[in-house]
Design a protein around this ligand. Structure first.
Ligand SMILES: [Zn+2]
Length: 87
């Protein structure tokens, strides 16, 4: 089951990322684009914040839990790391 990290174009409150897992990534992303499927992504859609898929891992719940323990999307996110290198 893929675990995916979404990178928000701008931060919403303190959040700049969304990490979750799904059996069907394409369907899940379509739901997120429509602002359905996850309460948090509903809020992001309503705030008009664009996002991109920053990274996908093969794994499932175990990997998701492991990654969430990092408590920092920035360290996991190649887009943020690239920005960090540039500045
Ligand atoms: Zn990021």
């Amino acid at each position: 089951m893929p675990v995916y990290l979404l990178h928000f174009e701008r931060r919403y409150q303190h959040a700049g990322h969304y990490l979750s897992s799904t059996h069907d990534l394409a369907a899940r992303l379509a739901q997120h684009r429509a602002g359905t499927g996850a309460r948090w992504m509903e809020v992001i859609a309503q705030a008009g914040i664009a996002w991109t898929v920053a990274r996908v891992w093969d794994g499932g719940r175990d990997v998701e839990m492991q990654l969430k323990r990092w408590h920092s999307g920035v360290r996991l996110c190649p887009l943020c790391r690239r920005e960090a290198v540039r500045s």
